[in-house]
Design a protein around this ligand. Structure first.
Ligand SMILES: [Zn+2]
Ligand SMILES: [Zn+2]
Length: 330
């Protein structure tokens, strides 16, 4: 007999609610965990998401029909009770907790366990089925302490007062988190941002995340950019516009910077391993803590985590969802 939630290549279908979780194709009824493009698509009939996620989707796709769900609020859809629980990934990110027929299922979306000043911390919820992401689901992925990575960035900045540091950072989440981490470590100088980051930074500030003195990255004399940190989306790192900067040191903030080859591909001199996803230890610790009867693994490197569950006598299966990786998002 098919289960009441069904993994499909295009998302997870919650049959009794007739709704899809993070569908990758337009659906009539979509429950969206967070605003990243591989989870939040445009074109749905109606979206249920946190207020922040709806605002992010409106910014990216234009205003659509949506219902804002607060963390902890319970909504009911035809015998399914649904609530959104903080996932600690980006502003507004949520795990979706579904209860039906005496069974509790948590779909994490993306998550991490490390402190992030820009969003609410992940809350483990005991459940029967835990559907976890596995972006960094290999034992080789162990993210270093975030503070020490930010210190390396500041040390490079201070050691090169004639240069500037151009940091590639994903426009939703990573950029704002990095700015907050820099501020928390006493860096109050203006930070310059590429035009593609402006609206998302403004949205974070509207939702109460102060980012300090942000200035445009273009249209200023090169002299003014010396000794400054400049943020751009990863895709713009090696673009034309950066040639106007004064002798930039190219950096990138991503969990993927653990892989030297990925840093080399983008000509990154200063790889910063700062991730918005759980690393291997966070994934396995979280599965232990949630202690579900069954773990469903998706969104990344499923095999190693599946094997880990098996060797720890935990029931698990790998789901094959399509279009679930955005390598810049790491
Ligand atoms: Zn994400
Ligand atoms: Zn994702």
């Amino acid at each position: 007999m098919p289960h009441w939630i069904e993994p499909h290549p295009t998302g997870i279908y919650v049959r009794p609610a007739d709704a899809w979780i993070d569908p990758s194709v337009p659906q009539e009824r979509a429950l969206v965990t967070h605003g990243h493009a591989d989870h939040a698509r445009g074109g749905h009939g109606h979206v249920w998401a946190t207020r922040e996620t709806l605002a992010i989707m409106a910014l990216r796709y234009g205003t659509a029909s949506g219902t804002a769900v607060s963390y902890g609020e319970e909504i009911r859809m035809n015998g399914v009770t649904i609530s959104y629980v903080p996932a600690g990934h980006v502003l507004g990110s949520a795990q979706i907790l579904l209860s039906h027929a005496g069974e509790r299922i948590v779909v994490t979306g993306d998550y991490k366990r490390r402190p992030d000043p820009t969003c609410k911390a992940f809350e483990p919820v005991p459940c029967d089925i835990f559907v976890t992401e596995a972006t960094f689901g290999l034992p080789v992925f162990r993210h270093p302490d975030t503070g020490s990575e930010v210190d390396r960035l500041l040390a490079a900045l201070h050691a090169n007062p004639e240069r500037c540091i151009l940091v590639g950072a994903y426009a939703l989440g990573k950029a704002q988190r990095l700015i907050c981490e820099l501020r928390a470590r006493g860096h109050q100088d203006p930070i310059h941002i590429h035009g593609a980051l402006e609206r998302m930074c403004a949205l974070y500030e509207q939702f109460g995340v102060p980012l300090g003195d942000l200035r445009p990255a273009t249209g200023l004399p090169a002299g003014e950019m010396r000794g400054r940190i400049i943020l751009s989306p990863p895709s713009a790192l090696n673009d034309r516009w950066s040639r106007r900067l004064p002798d930039p040191i190219t950096a990138m903030a991503s969990g993927w910077m653990r892989v030297r080859q990925r840093a080399r591909q983008r000509n990154v001199e200063l790889p910063l391993v700062i991730s918005d996803h759980a690393d291997w230890d966070e994934l396995t610790d979280t599965i232990r803590e949630v202690a579900p009867a069954e773990t469903w693994i998706t969104h990344g490197r499923e095999e190693a985590l599946l094997h880990w569950c098996m060797t720890h006598q935990m029931r698990a299966r790998a789901l094959a969802l399509v279009g679930r990786e955005d390598e810049d998002e790491g």
